[in-house]
Design a protein around this ligand. Structure first.
Ligand code: ADP
Ligand code: RBF
Ligand code: MG
Length: 189
């Protein structure tokens, strides 16, 4: 275990499970997750989140998520904060035959990413699944079933990536157990 790790309980403990009360919009960030870390994160519009999620302390969490496309929306070009363009396809390339629309395990990062010194809080979800296209503008419903560690600063990008990979292993292991996997049900329509 890492010094900051807290043992993961056998089943979710108060205040978990926490579940979003609706499908939240996926928005763009700086685009660093994929390009600099090789670990893309779907950034959730903070204003779509209820206060029980917004009051959680900064750190790393795990749970499940369910994506839903906005079918009547056409592709659109949106500008990132830094002026670069990004195409929003509203999730219309997601493929049910690739299990993209299943209820999938996730790790979440909530905070200001001290390694990058962000000015504002982000809630970012890395889905433990291989997608063949991005899905900006799609919507996501998710639950949070446990806490892994506080948000940390790092001296190198390699150290940050290494810790995220440990988080992913911890999340996978817990979410596979029956005590956690029953909470997939919370996200069924
Ligand atoms: P941004 O800073 O704009 O969020 P990222 O580099 O973090 O950029 O990439 C995030 C985007 O990558 C998501 O919005 C989603 O469309 C796509 N994506 C592809 N695979 C995944 C995945 N496994 N988990 C989360 N997002 C993914
Ligand atoms: N950023 C940090 O600055 N410190 C962290 O401890 C940290 N932990 C993360 C854990 C996970 C599981 C994920 C997916 C991301 C984490 N990040 C952390 C956020 C990372 O900096 C961010 O996803 C990228 O900057 C892209 O937005
Ligand atoms: Mg992201």
């Amino acid at each position: 275990m890492r010094p900051s790790d807290i043992p993961i309980p056998k089943s979710p403990q108060n205040p978990y499970p926490i579940v979003t009360d609706k499908y939240c919009d996926i928005v763009c960030g700086f685009g660093r997750g994929s390009s600099e870390l090789g670990i893309p994160t779907a950034n959730v519009a903070i204003e779509d989140l209820s206060c029980d999620i917004n009051k959680l302390e900064y750190g790393v969490y795990f749970g499940f998520a369910h994506l839903s496309p906005i079918k009547n929306k056409k592709d659109e070009i949106i500008k990132r904060n830094d002026g670069r363009d990004v195409i929003y396809n509203y999730g219309n390339k997601l493929n049910p035959n690739n299990n993209d629309l299943d209820i999938l395990p996730v790790v979440l990062s909530i905070g200001k990413n001290p390694f990058y010194g962000n000015e504002f809080k982000t809630v970012e979800i890395h889905i433990l699944h291989r997608f063949y296209s991005d899905f900006y503008g799609a919507t996501i419903k998710f639950n949070i079933l446990g806490y892994i560690r506080p948000e940390l600063d790092y001296t190198s990008v390699e150290a940050l990536i290494n810790d995220i990979n440990i988080d992913i292993e911890i999340a996978k292991k817990s979410l596979q157990t029956p005590e956690y996997s029953i909470y997939k049900r919370q996200l069924e329509d």
